[in-house]
Design a protein around this ligand. Structure first.
Ligand code: BGC
Length: 469
């Protein structure tokens, strides 16, 4: 990075200064939040560490980045046709999707959402998979397809060790799930066994995939330059096309593949301590309140499950220091998990459009009616926390663009946080351009990669398997 580029970056990553009537208070708030702000030099350091962790991961050396082989070496070729099922587990809901493809395009889609109770999400694995199989049967029988052989793409959006297209051993749960007896087990086998126990459908689990892979493949139907799939939802992660000769973990026979999709699992970036220098007291408290502590360090700075919680922790600490909500007793705000990320997006809309309408409403939810200065502090905190997330994502994406070194690369993005946050996209465009100035890129929204994308991936898997017969 040249000195000019470094200066431009330093300027771009500034957030608007906090303006309060009470200058001493403003100074204290800004000082406390300073630990969440990065200089251009810190940004560069994070990027270097990310590059080195990627390199170690791909060479099977100890690293916080799993760099998992998905065994998907190609994109849809426009011949994909037929009926496919997709099962989507990983976000807030569990979904069953029936898709009809005609020459690579989705022509019909039926979706059914099923609730997954907390007891199922953090209970026994057998119960969870029996429930998934019951939903599959319910859905398939409702469609009158119980006697039809249906290929299924299983979107399982958790880190796994993939031994082949249809063997995915869970490494650890993330987000809102924690069924400890599933860890180190093959999720495909668990699903097949549960379906066999029922024996009331003819579903064939063909492939297991991550939501980022589905997003990349879905994005490719919109833009053939798509080379990265990114999720900014409850969790965060990305996958990209890697040169096949660089990939060491490849358990199946190779067939002259030039590239393959690698699931980075960047949510775990820093789990080995390499990012300790950016961890703040707020992050430590956020981690301590999470379902699996000391795990998924990077995701806890960014994911929709955590962004609101980081904001809440900062507000709580400001309150405890007497810098916010002075005459209030904000009990709800003091309880972990009460401030969700959609509320951060609402507050950020005020910062974009001016005024306090949303901020006031958000605070009212917590029983707080307060003066403008308090609302300005809340807006400032939301901005600093969101901006840090945007910067961290951009750092990694810029590193990917440099690694792939393509003429032009499109990044397909899906996830509730990306869709609802009013500023992430703008910041990401700006920061990626500054961090990878010599690389042409585009961010596109890829709708429902874990559903439509899963059907396309199942069709690709079918084609790959047929080719080998
Ligand atoms: C999981 C990833 C997934 C991401 C987005 C993370 O918690 O580990 O596999 O892609 O969430 O859903």
């Amino acid at each position: 990075m040249t000195a000019t580029e470094e200066r431009a970056l330093d300027d771009a990553i500034q957030v608007a200064p906090l303006v309060l009537r009470d200058a001493a208070k403003r100074q204290k708030v800004e000082d406390l939040l300073e630990q969440m702000r990065f200089s251009a030099a810190t940004v560069r350091k994070i990027q270097e560490i990310f590059v080195s962790e990627m390199e170690k991961g791909i060479h099977q050396q100890p690293s916080s980045l799993q760099m998992e082989n998905t065994y998907i070496p190609e994109l849809p070729d426009g011949t994909e046709s037929g009926l496919f099922l997709a099962l989507d587990l990983g976000g807030t809901y569990f979904r069953m999707i029936l898709l009809e493809l005609d020459m690579g395009r989705v022509v019909r889609e039926t979706v059914q959402k099923y609730d997954i109770s907390v007891e199922l999400r953090i209970g026994s694995g057998i119960r969870l998979f029996d429930y998934l199989a019951a939903c599959v049967s319910d859905f398939v029988i409702n469609q009158g397809l119980q006697d039809v052989e249906l290929p299924l793409g299983f979107t399982f959006s958790f880190p796994m060790n993939q031994h082949s297209l249809d063997v995915g051993v869970l490494t650890t749960w993330t987000k809102t799930f924690n069924c400890p007896d599933v860890v180190n087990k093959d999720a495909v086998k668990l699903l097949r066994d549960a379906l066999d126990r029922r024996g009331d459908t003819k579903v064939n689990v063909l492939v297991i995939l991550n939501d980022t892979t589905g997003t990349l493949v879905q994005g490719a139907t919109q833009d053939p330059d798509t080379a990265v799939g990114l999720i900014l939802g409850t969790g965060t992660n990305a996958c990209y096309f890697e040169r096949a000769d660089r990939v060491e973990h490849w358990e199946t026979e190779r067939h002259g593949e030039k590239e393959v999709i690698i699931d980075i699992e960047w949510g775990a970036f820093g789990d080995n301590g390499v990012l300790e220098f950016i961890k703040t007291d707020f992050d430590r408290e956020n981690d301590a309140n999470s379902l699996i502590i000391n795990s998924f360090t990077f995701e806890k700075y960014i994911g929709g499950k955590f962004l609101g919680e980081v904001v809440r922790v900062v507000l709580k600490q400001l309150y405890e220091k007497g810098l916010l909500f002075e005459s209030h007793n904000p009990t709800d705000l003091l309880t972990p998990g009460t401030l969700t990320s959609d509320l951060v997006s609402d507050v950020e809309s005020d910062t974009v459009h001016g005024g306090f309408e949303n901020t006031r409403k958000v605070l009212q939810k917590f029983g707080i009616t307060t003066e403008e200065d308090d609302m300005k502090i809340v807006q400032y905190v939301c901005e600093v926390v969101s901006n840090r997330a945007a910067l961290l994502i951009s750092i990694c994406l810029a590193a990917l663009l440099e690694r792939m070194n393509k003429k032009s690369a499109t990044i397909a993005v899906d996830g509730s946080l990306y869709k609802h946050h009013p500023r992430l996209k703008g910041w990401m465009n700006q920061y990626i351009s500054l961090l990878a100035p010599r690389h042409k890129f585009k961010l596109i929204g890829a709708e429902d990669g874990s559903g439509k994308g899963a059907a396309l991936v199942a069709a690709i898997a079918m084609r790959l398997k047929k080719r080998l017969e």
